[in-house]
Ligand binder design. Structure first.
Ligand code: OOG
Ligand code: NI
Length: 441
């Protein structure tokens, strides 16, 4: 039997191999990331894990497609965690609602933490799609088949048996990777452009008959250094780093940055039936650095810090990262110990032999809606002029769980459970009550 975690590792590897052929700059990104990680003198908790660590992003069009994605990822031991609504993103809304598929237990994350940020087009939302366009978009999406029945069948078997025999395992990984590879099919030119006028993301999802990995992101241990090295190599970094700033205190949550990929050749079928060569530039390279997972109280601080940084940035005309670095000490303590004591971050607690307790930060395994919106935005050629309007269709977390046929798990609850289990364990070893260990929940 090939266990699900091994299937997941092979799947991530295969996607990475495909993607480096499709987007050559990705190879540079991975190489430089590996150099930076090697040079990094900090204490990386698990070098093995970091070396293989990737997240991908995919985008689908319908609840049915999303339910199929959910079955495929379940075959790799990846489950929907977190709900992200990017329709009210500022300054430009993105017409999607999203979740992330990932392993959920600490042991499975350690084996291979591959995760995929997965978005579904908000077709029903009249803020984006009017009564003329919507039925045609729905009909287009209803006609396509993203995943062959055999892939779904193998996925269901892998999920049920927690793995597959070697031959079926190979077939499963192959079919899954193929389903997310870029299709050479000509694109319907007029249709693609009509959607593009509404939103580049809508065209990327609903303008073609297949889906594809939009980006594949390695994890780096020093993202500022990586940013400098990539820029020095002449890669066009489109953005400053998104998320928390570099500062002397503990890194929290997630910091990400990206670069524009080059034009990718695609052919277009025009209205008169001719096929003409063209190009699209929707796929890109992204890299991320991960820090401590924050509690609800910590997340509130984070939101306050971002708001303060926004205000400072607007007032002084400095970059978002500069502004965040200035305001950060007003909101976050300088040490991990203080993050734990103040109940702002999640930690695991381990009893040592001398009756003491060691706290270790729990890594943030999820995404940030605002950074995600920034990543979406910064990588489309020119965003259509979608005026910010409140989302109008009720795509909420419950609705998305129903569409998936699987409950969307709450990231906060997962971190809390992990912290709680470690505290209970340490307490048992030391003959104490769980709430005597570390801070009280
Ligand atoms: C997903 C964008 C979000 C991230 O890292 O926050 C994302 C997409 O572009 O489809 O991947
Ligand atoms: Ni990403």
């Amino acid at each position: 039997m090939v266990a699900r975690h091994a299937l997941r590792a092979r799947f991530a590897e295969r996607l990475s191999a495909h993607y480096s052929v499709e987007v050559p700059a990705y190879t540079t990104l991975v190489d430089v990331t590996e150099q930076v990680n090697q040079d990094y003198c900090g204490t990386a908790p698990s070098r093995e894990r970091v070396g293989a660590e990737r997240h991908g992003a995919i985008r689908v069009g319908t609840p049915e497609e999303l339910a199929q994605v959910c079955r495929i990822f379940a075959g790799f031991g990846m489950f929907p965690v977190g709900f992200y609504d990017l329709r009210d993103a500022k300054p430009t809304p993105v017409p999607v609602v999203s979740t992330a598929f990932r392993p959920t237990s600490p042991a499975e994350l350690e084996r291979n933490p591959f995760r995929v940020f997965t978005s579904m087009l908000a077709v029903r939302d009249p803020a984006f799609f009017n009564d003329d366009l919507r039925p045609r978009l729905e009909a287009f999406l209803a006609r396509r088949q993203l995943f062959p029945p055999r892939l779904l069948e193998l996925a269901d078997r892998a999920a049920q048996d927690d793995g597959l025999p070697p031959e079926a395992a190979e077939e499963f990984v192959l079919l899954a990777a193929k389903a997310f590879a870029l299709s050479p099919e000509p694109i319907d030119g007029p249709w693609y452009r009509e959607l593009e006028a509404v939103s580049a993301v809508a065209a990327d999802i609903g303008g073609v008959t297949s889906t594809h990995i939009n980006h594949l992101t390695p994890r780096v241990l020093d993202i500022d250094e990586l940013y400098r090295r990539l820029a020095a190599l002449g890669l066009k970094m489109i953005d400053e780093i998104q998320g928390p700033p570099r500062w002397p205190g503990p890194d929290v949550l997630l910091r990400q940055t990206s670069f524009r990929a080059l034009d990718e050749p695609r052919s277009f079928r025009e209205a008169d039936g001719t096929i003409r060569p063209g190009s699209l530039r929707v796929r890109f390279g992204e890299v991320e650095a991960r820090g401590v997972a924050l509690t609800k109280a910590g997340r509130e601080r984070y939101d306050q810090a971002l708001a303060a940084a926004d205000a400072l940035r607007a007032a002084e005309g400095i970059t978002g990262q500069q502004a965040a670095a200035r305001v950060w000490p007003d909101f976050f303590p300088m040490t991990e110990a203080a993050l734990a004591e103040q109940g702002l971050g999640f930690f695991t607690y381990t009893a040592d032999n001398k009756g003491g307790v060691r706290a270790a930060p729990i890594l943030y395994e999820d995404f940030l809606p605002r950074s995600a919106a920034g990543i979406f935005q910064s990588n489309v050629d020119e965003e259509a002029d979608t005026p910010p309007r409140p989302p109008q269709a009720d795509y909420d977390q419950d609705w998305l769980s129903g569409a998936l046929g699987h409950e969307i798990l709450d990231p906060d609850a997962l971190y809390r459970a992990q912290e709680h289990a470690s505290r209970a364990d340490a307490a048992r070893k030391l003959g104490l009550a769980p709430d005597q260990i570390g801070r009280t929940l």
